[in-house]
Design a protein around this ligand. Structure first.
Ligand SMILES: [Zn+2]
Length: 112
């Protein structure tokens, strides 16, 4: 039996055209791209979406918090890089990219 893989259909609410008609201006508009208002007089249709689906999703994210965590991550990574280069990390290996002390010398100092 072959399993059928299908992408979930987007809900018809998203696909539906959100056109509204302003009686005062004799103007038909898509409220998703006019922030839910008539672009001429500002009339707001009842229950009209004020953004396309993807924009409504993006608007739900608090981008300042996301940026703050990203900044903290980058600073932590920079701190690790600097501490590694300065040899401050408490691990038993030399700084990455530096000379090795464990196996770098093939043979020890020989006597005469
Ligand atoms: Zn209008």
């Amino acid at each position: 039996m072959i399993a059928r893989l299908r992408l979930p259909r987007s809900s018809p609410r998203v696909r539906r055209s959100a056109r509204a008609y302003c009686e005062a201006d004799n103007w038909s508009f898509d409220s998703r791209y006019t922030q839910g208002k008539c672009p001429i007089c500002g009339w707001q249709p009842e229950g009209a979406p004020n953004a396309p689906g993807w924009l409504a999703l993006v608007n739900r994210v608090d981008w300042q918090i996301v940026g703050l965590f990203l900044l903290v991550d980058v600073l932590f990574l920079l701190g690790l890089v600097v501490a590694n280069a300065a040899g401050l990390l408490p691990v038993g290996h030399p700084p990455l990219g530096g000379p090795s002390t464990l196996g770098g010398v093939a043979s020890g100092v020989r006597g005469p």
